[in-house]
Design a protein around this ligand. Structure first.
Ligand code: HEM
Length: 242
């Protein structure tokens, strides 16, 4: 037993706040979503999730990684649908990793070979985020891009967890699975550290897309949209950000 769920939540609060305060995300949350940077983001997430999910499959019998193997979370196929929508049927030859996307993929492969338990940090950072804030992002994309019904946001759909309640229950199950791992303090600390690095890797991907977002905005509007910082969504509701 460990308290990994709480350690991860508390240990990544600052990283979460920083992720919400990237220029890309600040604009996104205000409804500024453009097809070109958005499909580039999805392309890079496709490369990341394909690797993450392949490595989880490979280690599904591993005593630690296997306990967090939840194929119902898999995003690869949903991302394929979205990429076909945004790029057309030849999407596979159109998608190119950003520099930061390649660094992210390489990191997943590296730890999968040297220290697979650290993959848990990456699963936590992405899937728990997708099941939380990601659900709000879906509505923003749909209205910003004026999408036809049922197209373009498969990434945010969890067919096996279709309702808010199902997602909430699953997140509880996921947290219990994190806590059920028998890990020593050193390992817990290393997983939290890797989760913070996972946030950094995500931030670097969206930072590389910043120029695409800036390009379509009047400089003054851009300044207005990005000048204020948000209080992080995972910081204490009634206190100040730690
Ligand atoms: C940009 C806008 C974002 C918003 C509005 C947002 C919002 C939220 C909210 C409201 C929660 C709390 C859910 C709950 O208590 O059940 C949450 C949790 C989480 N988010 Fe985000 N998020 C954003 C971005 C991100 C990003 C970029 C990542 C990582 C790539 C991320 C990863 C996470 C994780 C791992 C959790 C789970 C925290 C925990 O309970 O342990 N989020 N997010």
């Amino acid at each position: 037993m460990s308290n990994l769920a709480t350690r991860l939540r508390e240990g990544t609060q600052k990283s979460h706040t920083a992720a919400e305060n990237t220029t890309f995300m600040k604009c996104f949350l205000k409804g500024i979503v453009e097809t070109v940077p958005f499909r580039k983001l999805l392309s890079n997430l496709y490369l990341v999730y394909t690797t993450l999910e392949e490595e989880f499959r490979r280690h599904q019998e591993h005593p630690v990684v296997g306990k967090l193997y939840f194929p119902e979370l898999n995003r690869q196929q949903n991302l394929e649908q979205d990429l076909a929508f945004y790029y057309g049927e030849n999407w596979r030859s159109e998608i190119v990793p950003l520099k930061a996307g390649q660094v992210y993929v390489d990191r997943l492969k590296e730890i999968s070979n040297t220290d697979p338990a650290l993959l848990i940090a990456h699963s936590y950072t992405r899937y728990m985020g997708d099941l939380s804030g990601g659900q709000a992002l879906k509505h923003i994309v749909r209205s910003a891009l004026d999408l036809p019904s049922d197209r373009g946001t498969a990434f945010y759909e969890f067919e096996q967890l279709p309702t808010i309640e199902a997602k909430k229950e699953f997140k509880e199950k996921y947290r219990q699975a994190l806590d059920s791992l028998s890990l020593d303090e050193d390992m817990v600390a290393r997983i939290v550290e890797e989760a913070n690095y996972a946030f950094t890797l995500n931030r670097n991907v969206v930072d590389e897309l910043e120029a695409d977002v800036r390009a379509v905005l009047d400089p003054h509007v851009f300044e207005l949209l990005t000048k204020q910082d948000r209080v992080g969504s995972t910081t204490a509701r009634h206190g100040h950000a730690a």
